[in-house]
Write a protein that binds this ligand. Sequence first.
Ligand code: HEM
Length: 195
Amino acid sequence: MDGKKSVGLARIYGAAVALAAIALGSAYALSDTVSEMALLSARYTARVSFLMFLLVVSAGPAARYFRRNPWTWLARRRRHLGLAFAGLMMLHLLALAINVLQFRPRELSEVALGGLVYVLIVLMALTSNDAAQRRMGKYWRWLHWVGVNAIVVTFTVSYTGRIFEPDYFWTGLVFAPFAIAALALRLEDALRRLR
Ligand code: HEM
């Protein structure tokens, strides 16, 4: 790997580590009890994952539209943005596992859909390399298309739903428009492929 390329990758993974530190540091600083810290860790790791995911879905369309840096730079490194997102989602998994196992057990039906999305995230991360892409051919494209869209729908449903919960109203109001915009970008991408 040449020096320029590794500096680029260090920036992306460095940004992911910084986001993870901000999420966990804020959870630690803002909570009084361990259970509150576990809840806030789940909340903030979901938020920083969402920020990284917004880059994953917007880099390609923005690079096509603006045709210049930094979007073209990000679009060419979309695979690494995706892997950085998967890493941040693993932190969400760790935080929610502590929540579910230690503080608020949930029915299987409550976690089944989220669990399925996690299976897709892990499969996408494991196949985010040239060898897997070559070997899987059209199944690779299918897996990544279904996976990205499942994630976009999950974020959109989570944040839009929060608008209707009084305790979470502001979170929903701030984040839902970005999730809906990401969903619109995916729809535009699907329509472009059909044409
Ligand atoms: C079994 C799977 C999952 C469980 C049990 C789970 C659990 C949690 C918990 C405990 C919170 C904190 C709730 C709060 O703030 O009061 C949370 C927040 C959230 N999770 Fe998950 N999660 C799962 C999977 C996912 C997946 C796959 C995604 C997205 C792809 C996701 C997106 C979110 C979002 C958007 C929030 C709200 C964060 C905010 O308030 O800004 N979750 N989740």
